[in-house]
Structure formats: structure tokens, C-alpha cells
Design a protein around this ligand. Structure first.
Ligand code: XMP
Length: 509
């Protein structure tokens, strides 16, 4: 593997992503991780990431003693390069001006750039620069503003780049990282088939003859986990899908049709009446979320107890939930679980005594999607937009009722099916319909109507922390509006949400 020591750069995760895309397994550890911790990963190469600090700051984070002496290639990126240079006896100073953005390399060569040809555009973001080269190092790239843009010491196999090869703005950065893997002698066999084989072997070793319980939400992570566990332990798995009545049109049937034929022992629990009862008259969004979370635990616990004893609880926890980075560890390798709120199994009582199985702890979402493809999860589930745990309840503003949920389900289905039909679905990160409590006057035929307003929302985003409203074509919106008012008689007005996040959130509640 390649170990990436994180010194706080916003791009650190991208380095891991790039290596994995190149077929090499890599992990992120905090920049100050102990030597022992690093050695646990059997590193064949180490990357020192960028970061906001200056190497001459007293408080700058530094790798543990002994890391630089390891007999493996080390690549320093930005801050990492400056640290390597300074430790080897070179000099680092504040540059005359801050260099930010794209820069053309005026010259490049050496092992890191082997086989790369033509212009090389590099993404820069630094205020310090290496001003005096340490002994044994050679400058292998420069730009107009930065004479020392890349360095190498082929004897000790220490390499440094001032720019960020991991970002898309450095188009040939991937080739450079591939060269580093080559230097490290890392086998590039980390692909989905390989991952599936390893995960199945790991699960079998962990679970043995034990019984495993899994909550299926209908999303890609838990569905894929269901398929993987069915392959690994077959009938020892029981997957429970709770129908809380807040699902989309036909969702329950779709999940059943996707998983049962592939050998997942799936039990559907009809808990619609309980959820509806508990939510009766509740209009506060946070209150709704709490009640849904509580009811979910109740239903799941009752089912778990009714089914007999289980040794393991499986969860679809992903790598971003547990990453140990300079930004603060969210979990730890020893298994203190970081429970995803939307799986809602975090509040299960201790006496159920579950041990956790979390095969996806080392994976990113797109790796799970790739595994899903190989395991045969249908495309419409595999590439589905995220859907919140509280479901349509937080898209029906205010107090919900059976009738309102039914209206919303039909509006949502017309909008989402329309997006798919017009080839717009994959271009949006998330799309949703909202049933507002607004009633307004309209006219249909010769009749005056007084009905609800539905809102449509579609966004594009990378991380769901910020989002842009999707610029859907007017003609498409017109078609959706027509279909909705014609097919859903309780609606006489359709609006499209043109607010970004911030200031609005993606969901309306
Ligand atoms: P907001 O509305 O905060 O949503 O911009 C960001 C993302 O989170 C999802 N979301 C939730 N997911 N339980 C969930 O599992 C929730 O209570 C919840 N609230 C929002 C939302 O769908 C979007 O993808």
C-alpha cells in the first residue's frame, strides 16, 4: 500500500482517490501518526501531503521520528516537499509573491516525469518555496516564478513537487503519480473484482458460522452490502427492510425484486401504521426526524428479537466516515463504530450484543458502486440519487397524512421518471419533489380549483455541503408541470426552486 500522511491539505483525499483509480491501495493517516501505526499498513511508499503550515513554524505538524529514514520511496507534495527539503539541509523561504493557480512548467525531467511529453500544466497553491537545494537533490522541474518546482534524490528515493499532481487542474498529474507507484514497486491490482474477493474472504473469516443481521434502506450502500454478504455467508444473513410508509412509489417492490433473486434472505416489515401514528399531528422538522429515528429503532429491535439470536450487525460504513486525517479522526480502526445517522441503528440496546461487520470501511462510494455493478445490482438502484432516511416525511411540509404522502409520491414519481426519460437524471446530484401546505386558486376547464402547490428541486453538487440549483431546460419543466397538474388532481400549481445552498438547504425541512 501507499500511506499518505495528511498535513491538512484540502486535497489529501484526492491523492488517495488518484492512487486507487490507478489500481493501488492507499490509506490516509494523520501527518503525525506514529511509526508503528504507519508500519501496520506495510507501506511500499509514503506521500507527505500539502498543508497550510510553514515548515519553519514552531507548531508545524511533522512526521514521527524515523519516518524519513524508512527504506521506501517518499513523495512530498507542496508542504511535504518543503519539509523534505528542509530536513535534508535545504532552505525554505516565503516566496516574493504567493503563487496560486495554473502554471506551465518551463522544463521538466527525471524519474517522476518519465514518459510524460508536451506541455505540463501544474496547479500551484503556495507562499513558501525551496530556495536552497539540499545535498544529493536535483531540481527536475521549474516554472517562471518558481525555480525549484520539483526535486528528486534518486539515491535515497526522495521526491518532491511544489504543485498538486492530484487535482484535475494538473491534467498530467495522474501520470506523475503512476510513475511514483512504479518507483515504489506497488502492484496495481486494486480493482473491483479483487476487492470483492478480498471482502468476501474477510467477512467469512470474521463471521465464521455466526448469524448476521443487516438493515436494508434501499440505498446503494446497504443494498450492495446485502449482495456481498449473501455471497459470503448465504443463509447466515438476514436482511431486514422496514417499510415506514415514507418511501417512494414502488420502492419496496423494487428493492425486493433487486435483492431476493440474487440470494438475499430479505424480510420486509410493514411498519407503516406505527410510523403514521407516531407522526400524527407533528409539524416540526426536527421532531419528525427524531420520531422517525426512534420508531425505526423500535421496529428494527422488535424484528431482531423476534428472529432469534444474531452475532453480528452489518453496516455499510464507508471510508469517508472513518478516515483518520489531520481534520480529526471520526472513528478508529479498532472498530469504534461511526454509525450513519440515516441507517438509524445507532440507538440499539446493548443487550442485543452485536459485533459489527463493516466490510466497506476502506471504500469510497464510487468503489461501492463498481462492486454493486459486478454483483448485479440493477442500474436504477446502483446510480440512484441519495434519499434521506426520514424519506418523504421531510418533503411533505408540516404535519403529514396518508393522503398527503400519496399525493407527494405521485408527484415525485412523475418528476423522477421524467428526468430519467429525458436523460437528465444522471446530470443532477439529487432531485426531489416537495408538497407545500400552500393552497391557491386555479382554473381547470370551466372550474375554479383551490388546491396544493408542489415544488420541484434539482441540484448539482460534489459534496452536498454546497449546491447549485440545476439549470433544467424550460421545455422539460413545462412538460413536468403539465403532467403533474393533469395527473395529480390535488395539485394545481407547480414551482421550481431556484435557490442554491447556501442560503437554502437541499431539502425543504
Ligand atoms: P440538506 O437539506 O441539509 O441535505 O442540504 C444535504 C443532504 O443530506 C440529506 N439529508 C438527510 N439524510 N437523514 C438523512 O439520512 C436526514 O435527516 C437528512 N436530512 C437531509 C439530503 O437529502 C441531502 O442529500
Amino acid at each position: 500500500s501507499v500511506v499518505i500522511l495528511d498535513f491538512g491539505s484540502q486535497f489529501t483525499r484526492l491523492i488517495t482517490r488518484r492512487f486507487r483509480e490507478l489500481g493501488a491501495y492507499s490509506v490516509i493517516l494523520p501527518g503525525t501518526a506514529s511509526l508503528e501505526r504507519i508500519l501496520q499498513e506495510n507501506p511500499q511508499g509514503i506521500v507527505l501531503s500539502g498543508g497550510p503550515s510553514s515548515v519553519y513554524d514552531e507548531s508545524a505538524p511533522r512526521p514521527a521520528a524515523g519516518v524519513l529514514e524508512l527504506d521506501v520511496p517518499i513523495l512530498g507534495v507542496c508542504y511535504g516537499m518543503q519539509y523534505l527539503a528542509q530536513q535534508a539541509g535545504g532552505d525554505v523561504k516565503r516566496a516574493g509573491k504567493r503563487e496560486y493557480g495554473k502554471a506551465d512548467l518551463t522544463r521538466y525531467g527525471g524519474q517522476l516525469f518519465a514518459g510524460i511529453q508536451g506541455e505540463f500544466v501544474a496547479w500551484m497553491s503556495h507562499s513558501d518555496s525551496v530556495t536552497a537545494l539540499p545535498q544529493g537533490y536535483e531540481v527536475v522541474a521549474e516554472t517562471e516564478d518558481t525555480p525549484v518546482t520539483a526535486i528528486e534524490n534518486t539515491q535515497t528515493r526522495r521526491y518532491g513537487v511544489q504543485f498538486h499532481p492530484e487535482v484535475v487542474h494538473t491534467p498530467k498529474g495522474g501520470q506523475l503519480l503512476a510513475n511514483f507507484l512504479e518507483i515504489c514497486g506497488v502492484t496495481r491490482d486494486w480493482n473491483a473484482e479483487h476487492i470483492i474477493d478480498e471482502l468476501i474472504a474477510d467477512v467469512q473469516a470474521q463471521v465464521g458460522n455466526g448469524k448476521v443481521l443487516l438493515a436494508i434502506s434501499g440505498g446503494v450502500d446497504s443494498s450492495t452490502l446485502g449482495l456481498l454478504l449473501a455471497r459470503a455467508v448465504g443463509e447466515q444473513l438476514t436482511a431486514v427492510f422496514i417499510d415506514h410508509g415514507l418511501l417512494r412509489l414502488g420502492e419496496r417492490e423494487q428493492v425486493e425484486a433487486a435483492l431476493k433473486p440474487l440470494g438475499v434472505n430479505l424480510i420486509t416489515v410493514d411498519a407503516r401504521a406505527e410510523f403514521m401514528g407516531a407522526l400524527d399531528g407533528v409539524s416540526d422538522p426536527e421532531q419528525k426526524r427524531k420520531i422517525i429515528g426512534r420508531e425505526f429503532i423500535r421496529a428494527f429491535e422488535r424484528e431482531a428479537r423476534g428472529l432469534g439470536h444474531f452475532d453480528f450487525l452489518a453496516q455499510g460504513t464507508l471510508y469517508p466516515d472513518v478516515i483518520e486525517s489531520a481534520g480529526g479522526a471520526h472513528g478508529d480502526k479498532s472498530g469504534a463504530a461511526n454509525i450513519k445517522s440515516h441507517h438509524n441503528v445507532g440507538g440499539l440496546p446493548d443487550d442485543l450484543n452485536f459485533k459489527l461487520v463493516e466490510p466497506f470501511r476502506t471504500l469510497f462510494k464510487d468503489e461501492v458502486r463498481e462492486i454493486a455493478r459486478l454483483l448485479g445490482l440493477p442500474e436504477h438502484i446502483r446510480m440512484r440519487h441519495p434519499f434521506p432516511g426520514p424519506g418523504l416525511a421531510i418533503r411533505c411540509l408540516g404535519a403529514i397524512s396518508e393522503e398527503k404522502m400519496d399525493i407527494l409520491r405521485r408527484v415525485d414519481d412523475i418528476f423522477i421518471s421524467g428526468l430519467r426519460e429525458f436523460g437528465l437524471y444522471d446530470g443532477c446530484s439529487q432531485a426531489l419533489a416537495i408538497l407545500t401546505p400552500i393552497q391557491s386558486v386555479g382554473v381547470m376547464g370551466d372550474e375554479r380549483t383551490y388546491s396544493y402547490t408542489a415544488a420541484l428541486r434539482a441540484v448539482t453538487t460534489d459534496d452536498f455541503m454546497t449546491a447549485e440549483w440545476a439549470r433544467l431546460p424550460y421545455d422539460f419543466l413545462a412538460t413536468m408541470s403539465n403532467r403533474i397538474v393533469n395527473q395529480v388532481h390535488e395539485i394545481n400549481r407547480v414551482v421550481y426552486d431556484i435557490t442554491g445552498k447556501p442560503p437554502a438547504t437541499i431539502e425543504w425541512e
